[in-house]
Design a protein around this ligand. Structure first.
Ligand SMILES: Cc1cc2nc3c(=O)[nH]c(=O)nc-3n(C[C@H](O)[C@H](O)[C@H](O)COP(=O)(O)O)c2cc1C
Length: 206
């Protein structure tokens, strides 16, 4: 089983990466492989709402950068972790641009365990956490629970390793992701995925 972890920080080795690496180590202890990829290092083209992904043959974004390749990795993974630093009480800009495009393409997460984490120096992390969760709930993912909001505190990789409660939240999150991955693997032959057909679309225009 393989989990893909997305680091939405412009820093490839910053706090968010350290939190994801900590999670990768916990998952490895349970025999689960994790690949960490970086998407936050700009410039990242944002979504223009052109709907080109909807009409193209391969369903991929019209902008030819790494995001389509990452979409394929998301679709191939058994589970997903979204990580992004908190900037002004929300998702850091580069990560927001990348995630809008990634998820507008229709990431295949139906029935897959997923989780969002954010790192903040001090405040605003809960809003970022809820924003990140929106990508997951709207994509049919099964959100892995933990024991508090998945907000880790610190201004560097070294500082977050001193947020012992934050590390506990991440450890519990890995335990629940492991449990979900194993449950889904054990029951996939006998319990079908829900259909979740997108058969109604209403723009509230009169
Ligand atoms: C532009 C910018 C905005 C930030 N806004 C916030 C904020 O609203 N709340 C907060 O607690 N920390 C804020 N921070 C601090 C970062 O969240 C913190 O340094 C975090 O550890 C960065 O993670 P990274 O090393 O993975 O990029 C901000 C940092 C920057 C550069």
């Amino acid at each position: 089983m393989k989990v893909l972890a997305i680091n939405g920080s412009p820093k490839a080795n910053g706090s968010t990466y350290s939190a994801l690496r900590y999670m990768a180590e916990r998952l490895a202890e349970a025999g689960i492989e994790t690949e960490i990829i970086n998407i936050g290092k700009g410039p990242v083209q944002g979504c223009t709402g052109c709907n080109g992904c909807d009409t193209s043959e391969d369903g991929m974004c019209v902008f030819k950068d790494d995001i389509s390749a990452i979409a394929k990795k998301v679709n191939a993974a058994d589970g997903l972790i979204l990580g992004a630093p908190t900037y002004y009480g929300g998702i850091a800009g580069g990560a927001k641009s990348a995630l809008d495009r990634l998820f507008y393409m229709g990431a295949d997460l139906k029935g897959k365990p997923a989780a969002a984490i954010t790192v903040a120096r001090r405040s605003g992390g809960e809003d970022t956490f809820h924003q990140l969760n929106s990508y997951l709930t709207l994509s049919g993912a099964v959100i892995a629970p933990s024991t508090y909001w998945n907000v880790i505190h610190g201004n560097s990789g070294e500082e977050i390793m001193r947020d012992t409660e934050g590390l506990r939240i991440l450890r519990c999150l890995c335990e629940s992701m492991t449990w979900l991955l194993r449950m889904i693997e054990a029951t996939k032959a006998s319990v079908p995925l829900p259909e979740m057909k997108r058969d109604a679309w209403m723009n509230f225009i009169r």
